[in-house]
Design a binder for this molecule. Structure first.
Ligand code: ADP
Ligand code: ZN
Ligand code: ZN
Length: 745
């Protein structure tokens, strides 16, 4: 049941003398708000933005519909102040998806809708594409001598000469303060001209060509594009390097040839400039890209071009699943197993799952691509809800990388590297091939301890150790962000004998630079790539052969294509083997396969070394000896026996408060209400403390609800949430509901 529906059933509604407009307003209240339609004109239609009085302020809201009744007394209704849009800002199909999502995830409809609008539209900017002025150098400008007495003009002229394309105002402003006057002067001299361009450039297909598909790729494209114009759901299970992206490209090409649009979702770290470039080179038409790095006007432009159908291809991360499309033709989700598709705070939706819902609503095919499909998708395949297409071989018959377990028990380790791994690195260096080492822990050392008294550096606000970062000489908490300068003596006993325990990427980098003084070592993690453009610089250096050893966290695990990497090392596989999270095994297996997929993508075959203290662990054995598909089948079987997702559906209620008792008291009442609302159709587990109980100074606890039937769970949530909101104990905690949670922490 949608929020709007639930709201309607809460109280009896009265027939009104004038039309009532139902408006979604960005507010944590789980309801829609009624207003009188403005007098003397037709009431605004669904999807239009309106200005409304809200308490003592004015807000912008989005009309959900017009009604003849209201639960409010006529004397309490106020009129809409102003209608902003002439045509719906959000088309009906988008509203339908957003209302569905608000209902399913039980999140306030106003926040859901406003979260899906570009910032400028939230502020009331017209929803119209604006053309943009850009500037470029004229032929005369190329010949001219830069004016030495006007340094600003000279600098701008030189800058523009080096640009391939005309440049917009934002980029000029970043180049030179006071650019507008300088540009005008250059225009008057005839050296620079302004051009009026659409806000998004077209593609340039002259620079890239379609590849001749392998027979397996051809079959995949045929099956995906067979039955355009109707819903079907496909899992494209292709090993790393099997050419999935090429399948997307050619399927999209066909969809566009039919006059329809394609939406491609990419995980956060998969959306690299290389990926976008590959698309822009292939197509002659504009490719709109939506990601967090855009400024407000770029985002508005991409969003409007998608809505107006002038961008036939839209590529974006999670939130792009809500972008309106005028002529939807296909939705594709790359690396569908990736965690970044699930939003972990606020409106906790899964873009992967919503992509399937949306495809169904809009009657278009959806493709979920991965080398390591999630157990959820494999379960849907087994149930016949999805069709499967396999690309079992790498392109051009390149061999799969060889996976080998390295038993590190009792071995001397250098920053976590065993002798076997070190000698494999030396061998790769000898053959002038590149090595990629994977370690999912940034910083120098994950703990610092006093050798004399055993004191350990703890975060004051979390149940966690502080990580030592050597480059900045600081101790940092990776959970709440607290940091302080590294101590030079033990605060307990004054000893100077402080030891760094364990290794992170910083230490690994230092140790390898020591062991291989002639090799160039590069580290890629959130610390080393914080600067804009830093990640790109690393990738270019790897391609140019300017680095021999690459060290990285999961940022490096996915999507990259480094043809000269032949050796991949997983420095520490143990963390994933003994986690309390039931999804840890699935994650570790996916990660190992993805990292391994970086090896041997070029002419030379690849080798993957996985270091562990548990070489006989059944998960590792199944994965290595029988592959991901076999591993996944066994993991699914275990989930079924243990009654875990995808065999049951879950919702998690989290609560946090400065004092533990407040969080627990609220959750206990909540649990009572669940039992009351659902009896034994919904199982309640908890309240229990969260896996990390204290974080950022607050005590955290949670309540897990699960049911074998999705409908039982959702019926319960519908009844239960309004009662939960009314609890007195709710006011003393911060709480949130997570439907289909992926992380139990
Ligand atoms: P995946 O997305 O499955 O990892 P990609 O689509 O990135 O694979 O393809 C891996 C590499 O193989 C890329 O360099 C790509 O250009 C190349 N490739 C893909 N399909 C073909 C083809 N049909 N013929 C030649 N090369 C191909
Ligand atoms: Zn001490
Ligand atoms: Zn902390």
């Amino acid at each position: 049941m949608t929020t709007a529906l639930r709201d309607r059933t809460r109280a009896s509604r009265l027939k009104m003398p004038r039309p009532v407009v139902r408006v979604a307003v960005p507010s944590p209240l789980r309801r829609v708000f009624d207003y009188w339609a403005p007098g003397g004109q037709a009431p605004p239609g669904a999807g239009m933005r309106v200005t409304i009085p809200f308490g003592k302020t004015r807000r912008i809201g989005v009309v959900l519909g017009v009604a003849e009744t209201s639960a409010l007394d006529p004397s309490r209704l106020r009129p809409v102040i102003d209608v902003i849009d002439e045509d719906p800002c959000l088309p009906g199909a988008s509203l339908a998806l957003l209302e569905w999502a608000a209902g399913y995830y039980h999140h306030p409809i106003g926040e859901v809708i406003f979260g899906a609008l570009p910032t400028l539209l939230r502020r009331g900017r017209p929803a119209k594409l604006q053309r943009m002025l850009r500037w470029r150098v004229t032929a005369a400008g190329h010949r001219a001598e830069p004016p030495s007495r006007a340094p600003r003009q000279a600098a701008l002229l030189t800058f523009l000469r080096n640009c391939q394309e005309a440049v917009g105002a934002e980029m000029l402003a970043a180049q030179a303060p006071g650019w507008a006057r300088a540009i005008r002067a250059l225009q008057e001299r005839g050296w620079v001209e302004a051009v009026d361009t659409p806000c998004l450039p077209g593609g340039d297909a002259s620079r890239g060509m379609s590849l001749a598909l392998s027979p397996a790729q051809q079959r995949a494209v045929d099956r995906i594009t067979d039955g355009l114009g109707q819903f079907h759901s496909t899992v494209l299970e292709g090993v790393t390097g099997s050419g999935k992206t090429e399948v997307y490209l050619q399927a999209i090409q066909q969809v566009v040839a039919h006059g329809r649009q394609a939406l491609l979702l990419i995980p956060e770290i998969g959306l690299t400039p290389q990926m976008v470039e590959r698309f822009r080179r292939r197509f002659d038409f504009p490719v709109a890209v939506l990601h967090s790095g855009l400024n407000d006007s770029e985002r508005l432009c991409a969003w409007l071009m998608a809505r107006e159908g002038t961008a036939p291809v839209v590529i974006g991360t999670r939130s792009a699943v809500f972008v309106p499309l005028k002529h939807p033709g296909i939705i594709l989700v790359d690396e569908e197993h990736d965690l970044s598709y699930k939003q972990q705070d606020g409106f906790r939706y899964s873009a992967r799952d919503l992509a399937v819902v949306r495809a169904h609503q809009e009657a278009v095919p959806v493709v979920l691509g991965s080398a390591t499909p999630s157990l959820e998708s494999l379960h849907n395949l087994a149930g016949g809800r999805y069709q499967r297409i396999r690309l079992p071989e790498r392109i051009q018959g390149r061999p799969h990388p060889a996976l080998r377990i390295v038993d590190v028990r009792g071995r001397p380790l250098v920053a976590g590297c065993s002798p076997a791994l070190l000698s494999a690195i030396a061998a790769a260096l000898g053959k002038e091939q590149q090595t990629l080492l994977f370690l999912n822990r940034r910083g120098f050392a994950p703990a610092t301890m006093c050798h004399d008294c055993g004191w350990v550096a703890h975060c004051q606000r979390c149940d966690a150790h502080l990580t030592f970062h050597r480059a900045s000489n600081r101790l940092r908490c990776h959970h709440c962000g607290a940091e302080r300068v590294m101590v030079d003596a033990c605060p307990e006993c004054g000893s100077k004998e402080l030891r760094n325990l364990g290794s992170g990427t910083e230490r690994l980098e230092a140790a390898l630079a020591d062991s291989f003084p002639h090799a160039r070592v590069v580290r890629v993690d959130r610390d080393s790539t914080r600067r804009k453009g830093a990640m790109e610089a690393v990738i270019n250096a790897v391609h140019a052969g300017e680095t021999e050893i690459l060290i990285g966290t999961q940022m490096l695990a996915k999507g990259h294509h480094f043809p000269n990497v032949t050796l991949v090392g997983v420095v520490d596989a143990d963390g994933g083997l003994f986690s309390t999270d039931f999804r840890a095994a699935e994650r570790l297996a996916q990660l190992i396969v993805q990292v391994a997929g970086r090896a041997g993508r070029g002419a030379q075959p690849g080798e993957v070394l996985i270091q562990t203290h548990h070489p006989e662990h059944p998960l590792l054995r199944a994965l290595l000896e029988q592959g991901y598909a076999r591993f996944a089948a066994e993991a699914l079987d275990e989930r079924r026996q243990a009654s875990l997702p995808p065999y049951v559906c879950m919702a998690l209620l989290r609560a946090e408060a400065p004092r533990r008792e407040a969080a627990v008291a609220f959750l206990e009442e909540a649990a009572e209400l669940v039992r009351d609302a659902a009896g034994d159709r919904v199982q309640v587990l908890g309240p229990v403390p969260a896996p990390m109980e204290r974080r950022a100074g607050r005590s955290r606890a949670q309540l897990l609800m699960q049911a074998t039937k999705r409908s039982s769970l959702h019926q319960m949530l519908d009844d239960w949430l309004p009662r939960l909101e009314d609890l007195r104990t709710a006011r003393r905690v911060r709480w949130s509901l997570d439907v289909d949670p992926l992380e139990m922490a």
